[in-house]
Ligand binder design. Structure first.
Ligand code: C5P
Length: 285
């Protein structure tokens, strides 16, 4: 068994995201299709015998308590009564506060790698509960497949999607997920769709289905999103926000991304052509 792993943690895009209700505890009931894409963070993990969790990509001193990788490691240690530790080095490439799930994907990849390093096999329902406590998107990244997602992000069904390419744009400013969900202006009563209805769509319609209910709230808070959507429309592309933003994306016609090159709406934006993944790099873990 190896004592060092170097692994990739992919980002996600939400092809659509509907808010269909709200639980008494304030969490929102969603319907969404989560797609894995080829934009990755890299994680390096090494076994530590002394039980400590350390990181070399953070400033020296106390590790931040809100860091999802550290929280994932500590939660797994506690759940399994494990006395081993790990050293983690994260190379961050997925933009933060973008709605692309980077932090959740890092946490899921940490859980998978640490289960190998520490030779743990928690029961699936225990692991799912632990993942959900870390964040609503973490169970999706543990599943490691494109998925139809319901509940607060905890009810997942793997689905097949056609290979597709997207222009992904991240404006300079990010957005905070709790702030978007807390907005009084958020529409929370979209009529529930069905997975069978979605599965019956042709390849041309899949990425046009539905909308992102968080987008109007995000756009009102962050005008850069509207600028980006207009920039896409001027190029004949239909853009949409992913998750709680602030990144937006547009499906590209087959072979149609090349002429866009690395052009972007303005300085400070990140632009990247991404493709759906066939499988998560850790799918067989
Ligand atoms: O679970 P996560 O940390 O990603 O969620 C951040 C915040 O977003 C939550 O504290 C909650 O306010 C909001 N949220 C929500 N409904 C969801 C997911 C997140 O209200 N399904």
């Amino acid at each position: 068994m190896k004592a060092i792993y170097d692994i990739l943690a992919p980002a996600k895009l939400n092809s659509f995201l509907h808010v269909v209700g709200r639980r008494p505890d304030g969490y929102h009931l969603l319907q969404s299709v989560f797609m894995l894409i080829d934009w990755f963070d890299t994680l390096h993990l090494e076994l530590r015998q002394d039980g400590r969790i350390s990181r070399s990509d953070e400033a020296p001193g106390e590790l931040p308590d809100d860091d999802l990788c550290v929280r994932a490691a500590r939660a797994l240690q506690a759940a399994a009564g494990c006395t081993l530790g790990a050293h983690i080095h994260l190379i961050k490439r997925i933009p933060s506060q973008a709605g692309m799930g980077g932090g959740s994907s890092d946490a899921a990849a940490c859980l998978l790698a640490l289960m190998r390093l520490w030779k743990l096999r928690p029961p699936p329902d225990r692991l799912q509960a632990l993942a959900l406590q870390l964040g609503a998107d973490v169970p999706f990244f543990l599943l490691g497949r494109h998925a139809w997602v319901e509940g607060i992000g905890d009810r997942l069904q793997a689905i097949e999607l056609p290979k597709a390419h997207f222009l992904v744009l991240k404006p300079p400013a990010g957005l905070s997920t709790p702030a978007i969900f807390a907005s009084p202006a958020l529409k929370r009563d979209t009529k529930a769709a069905t997975i069978s209805g979605f599965a019956a769509l042709g390849p041309e319609q899949i990425f046009e289905f539905g909308r992102n209910d968080l987008q109007p709230v995000a756009q009102a808070l962050q005008a850069q999103i509207g600028v980006g959507l207009n920039w896409l429309a001027e190029r004949g592309l239909q853009g949409r926000m992913t998750g709680s933003g602030s990144a937006i994306f547009a499906p590209l016609p087959l072979g149609g991304g090349a002429q866009l090159g690395t052009s972007k709406p303005a300085d400070g934006w990140t632009a990247r052509v991404c493709s759906t993944l066939q499988v998560h790099p850790l799918a067989d873990w």
